[in-house]
Design a binder for this molecule. Structure first.
Ligand code: ATP
Length: 286
């Protein structure tokens, strides 16, 4: 009689560029090495080594660096589904007990399914954005002064502790401010794996440029003077989101060169179909 085996659900041979994530290879590797051995190793080996399922992963770093992007892609890889994304402040309610209730509801579907099926083959991913807005150090000064946040922290802690047997839940928390997070949340069994998603370096920025211009390159819309080495050198301290914004802005400059001015720019079908985006469009955007 074999115990119900956990499925080996991640094929470790994947390429980050295929996922549309640039410059975060080491961070992604780190996440897998530290958090997902229970899902990468063949089930018999994971069992032999008594590898524990990781219930909580915390991604921290400046806004726009790709935390949400990573969390979504992870969820897709882990269970093929869009994750549930909740926003910290949305959980808070001024009504007594309602905030705790919101947290309880988040976990209910996964708990019910686990009880029904008795195995953890379907992983539920809950993404918790702006974690710091709710899970500040308990007892610290809070803007609302109601203590609602304390109850929510306690409720989430009790849920995460409670999911001990429920190996089908992964909570991915995200924050710009690791220093504000209640330290009780960072203990083993809770958000025990913390990974910094920092600003991309020059190579990372180049990769992000390539991702966000993939379609343009495929359709041969960029002129040959567009130089991604130059652009990545010029965009020190840019986030991934800002690089994406820069590419969009370069498109707008190119489109306005190819449209007739008026109250609303008129698009000339012929010129727009011959449209090219040049180095200068990127420099203007910059
Ligand atoms: P916040 O802390 O504000 O929630 P975030 O770190 O979650 O920010 P995202 O929402 O993931 O940032 O990034 C916004 C968008 O910027 C992404 O949807 C993506 O299009 C682009 N982007 C950010 N980082 C990267 C990256 N490393 N590779 C490719 N695209 C990126």
């Amino acid at each position: 009689h074999r115990p119900k085996a956990r499925k080996q659900i991640i094929n470790p041979d994947f390429k980050l560029e295929d996922l549309g994530i640039g410059g975060l290879d080491n961070e992604f590797k780190d996440i897998f090495r530290r958090a997902f051995n229970s899902r990468i190793l063949p089930p018999e080996i994971a069992e032999k080594l008594e590898i524990k399922h990781c219930k909580g992963l915390l991604l921290f770093g400046p806004p726009g660096t790709g935390k949400t992007l990573i969390a979504r892609k992870l969820s897709k890889m882990l269970n093929g589904k869009e994750p549930k994304i909740v926003n910290g402040p949305e959980m808070l309610s001024k009504y007594v007990g309602e905030s705790e209730n919101n947290i309880r509801k988040l976990f209910k579907e996964a708990e019910d399914e686990f009880r029904q099926k008795g195995d953890d083959s379907d992983l539920h991913v809950i993404i918790f954005d702006e974690l710091d807005s709710v899970f500040k150090q308990r007892g610290s000064a809070r803007s609302d002064g109601t203590g609602v946040g304390d109850n929510v922290v306690n409720q989430l802690l009790s849920k995460m502790d409670g999911v001990d047997q429920l190996n089908n839940i992964l909570v991915i928390g995200m924050t710009n401010r690791l220093d504000l997070i209640d330290s009780a949340l960072l203990r083993p069994g809770r958000f025990e794996i913390q990974i910094e998603i920092a600003l991309p370096d020059e190579k990372g920025r180049r990769d992000i440029f390539l991702i966000h211009t993939a379609k343009l390159r495929e359709n041969k819309i960029l002129t040959s003077d567009v130089d991604f080495d130059e652009l990545s050198a010029l965009t020190k301290n840019f986030t991934g989101a800002e690089i994406e914004g820069l590419c969009n802005s370069a498109k707008s400059f190119a489109i306005s060169r190819h449209t007739k001015s008026g109250a609303i720019a008129k698009i000339d079908d012929k010129t727009i179909s011959d449209m090219k985006i040049t180095r200068n469009d990127f420099l203007l955007a910059l």
